[in-house]
Structure formats: structure tokens, C-alpha cells
Design a protein around this ligand. Structure first.
Ligand code: SF4
Length: 325
């Protein structure tokens, strides 16, 4: 079996609710349904792009997989082992995260060398001169150089700081990385450089990514598969090529229609689908299909019955009454 066909991570019915509105006795009567019954898998060496508007649960999904949030229900299987309740300390080496905000995620009082060396210290990896050499090697891998080790985060640009964040994640030789909107805070000109670098690192180190982004254009080039989330639910999942050429869910179609096209004649032909209204509250989501309050095809059934997340063609899953019957 080719390495790419081997599942490295699988989530089954992953659910994360956060309690809100505590009463006088400290009891909570409502829940934010941030992630609700989400299932997918990622093969080793592949990238799953996870997209959706802010508040759709994509970041909570990534963090719950790493158990930075404890799941409310469901299972997380990593390398064939159920890690839903496992001790995460030994697994932190294998499962890392790159944060969205390169400004907030680096300690301003630490040098870049110490920032990259910290995970090695925590996990008791490489010591003394070996650690120093490893830090230099990591800096070079992310397009920086050894002179940068003695500098502080404020001396770097946004793109360079994100490179430091990536070097820090790589310091413990992980196998799986949650890239939590790693390019959203960067200038457009820098975004492609970071994505290209992540792709090169993936190829040379055999990494697997869950790449979280708020729009489909950002994950297009890096993803083997793409999942679309809406209000805590995974509503469509397919191979990258399939989802961009044959989007089945009305929400995915609307997201795709809003991606700008460089060619003016192609752009004129394209019809933009405007989504009306705001994303409803995840505390009290709409009955039936959660997208129904913004869907131009909504019908009576959509209000009464939640659509099943069904395979509509090989490897293409969708939750919509229009296509899943
Ligand atoms: Fe729209 Fe109904 Fe499909 Fe939901 S189930 S996306 S409301 S048509």
C-alpha cells in the first residue's frame, strides 16, 4: 500500500460544545455547539483543507483534535490508536500546530533561538551544541539564517515571524500539523511564499496537514481534499479537484462564486451568489438544515429534517436534501 493511502488521522463523530450563561449556582443552561458530529480522515502525507466563515467551528475542530480542547463526544484516532482520552505529552511531539497570528504566538521576551529550542527542552530532545545546530538547521529550512537566532520577534516582518512559528512546530519532528489559518494575517504577496514553503516541507519531511482557512481560494493549491464547515457541521467533503469543479452544496457553491478570477472575460461570465443574512447563533442553531436561513433553495423539508452527510459520488460527501436523495 502506498504511504499516501494510509490513514494517519481519523475523527469519528467529533463534537465540542462549550457551556455558556452560568446561573447564580454556576450551572450552565445553554451550549455553544462549536463542532457537532464531524467525521473525516486524512491519509499520511496529504493535506485536508478545512474552510468556512468565522465561527463555523474549523479552528475548534483543529484544536480539539490536538486535545487543546477536550472533546464533548466522538473519537480521535491517530496512527491507529484511539487518543480521545490518551496522555497527550508523548503525542505532542508527533502532533503540532502553527497558529494564525505570528504576532501573538511568539513570546516577545525570548530570542528566536530560544523560541525554537523550547519544544526541544520540553521534550528532552537534542542538547547543548546539537540543539544549537538543530536550531540553525531549522532556521535555514524555513528560509531564515543562523544570524536570526539571537534576534527577538519584534525585529521580524509578519512573514518572517510565521516562518519562526513553523520552525518551532518542526523542532520536535512532528508527523501531523494543524495549520490554523497560517496565512490569514499576512500580506497577500507573502501568503503564496508561505504556502509554497509548507508544500516543500511536506514533500521533504512527509508531513500531513490539516490546513484551516476562511476561504476556498487559500486552500486550493495545497489541499488533496477539502472539507467545508457551516455552523459546527461538516457540510461537504471531496477531493480538491472535485469540490472546485463540481461543488454540490449551495453553501460551497456560494463560497466558490465569491473567489475573484484574474481573467476579466472569465470573471464577467461568472455569476456571484450573494449569501443573505448573518451566520445564526451556534447556541440556538436553526432546526433541520443549519444553512436553511441563508439558502436560496430552502424548502419545508429543510426546516423539519436535518440532511444526512452522505456519499453522493465516490469520495464526495454532502449534507443537503437536494443532492443526497
Ligand atoms: Fe438548502 Fe435545504 Fe440543502 Fe439545506 S438541505 S442546503 S436548506 S436545499
Amino acid at each position: 500500500m502506498a504511504a499516501k493511502d494510509k490513514k494517519i488521522l481519523e475523527v469519528k463523530n467529533l463534537t465540542k460544545f462549550f457551556p455558556v450563561k452560568k446561573d447564580f449556582f454556576g450551572t450552565s443552561h445553554s451550549m455553544v455547539k462549536a463542532v457537532d458530529n464531524v467525521s473525516f480522515y486524512i491519509n499520511k502525507g496529504e493535506t485536508l483543507g478545512l474552510v468556512g466563515e468565522s465561527g463555523c467551528g474549523k479552528t475548534t475542530t483543529g484544536r480539539t483534535i490536538l486535545r487543546l480542547h477536550e472533546p464533548t463526544a466522538g473519537e480521535i484516532i491517530f496512527e491507529g490508536n484511539n487518543i480521545t482520552e490518551a496522555d497527550m505529552k508523548p503525542l505532542r511531539k508527533k502532533m503540532q500546530i502553527i497558529f494564525q497570528d505570528p504576532y501573538a504566538s511568539l513570546n516577545p521576551r525570548m530570542t528566536v533561538g530560544d523560541i525554537i529550542g523550547e519544544p526541544m527542552e520540553i521534550h528532552d530532545l537534542e542538547k547543548g551544541s546539537q540543539r544549537k545546530d538543530k536550531i540553525y538547521q531549522l532556521l535555514e529550512m524555513v528560509g531564515l539564517n543562523r544570524e536570526h537566532a539571537s534576534r527577538y520577534p519584534h525585529e521580524f516582518s509578519g512573514g518572517q515571524r510565521q516562518r519562526v512559528g513553523i520552525a518551532r512546530a518542526l523542532a520536535v519532528k512532528p508527523e501531523f500539523i494543524v495549520c490554523d489559518e497560517p496565512i490569514s494575517a499576512l500580506d497577500v504577496s507573502i501568503q503564496a511564499q508561505i504556502v509554497n514553503m509548507l508544500e516543500d516541507l511536506q514533500a521533504s519531511l512527509g508531513l500531513t496537514y490539516l490546513f484551516i482557512a476562511h476561504d476556498l481560494s487559500m486552500v486550493k493549491h495545497i489541499s488533496d481534499k477539502v472539507g467545508v464547515m457551516y455552523l459546527g457541521k461538516l457540510i461537504e467533503l471531496a477531493d480538491s479537484e472535485e469540490i472546485y469543479s463540481k461543488p454540490a452544496h449551495p453553501y460551497t457553491q456560494a463560497l466558490l462564486s465569491s473567489i475573484p478570477i484574474a481573467d476579466p472575460s472569465e470573471s464577467r461570465k461568472k455569476k456571484r451568489i450573494i449569501l443573505e443574512g448573518d451566520v445564526p447563533s451556534p447556541i440556538n442553531p436553526p432546526s433541520g438544515c443549519r444553512f436553511r436561513t441563508r439558502c436560496r433553495y430552502s424548502m419545508k423539508k429543510c426546516e423539519e429534517l436535518e440532511p444526512e452527510f452522505k456519499e453522493i459520488s465516490i469520495g464526495h460527501f454532502c449534507a443537503c436534501h437536494l443532492v443526497s436523495e
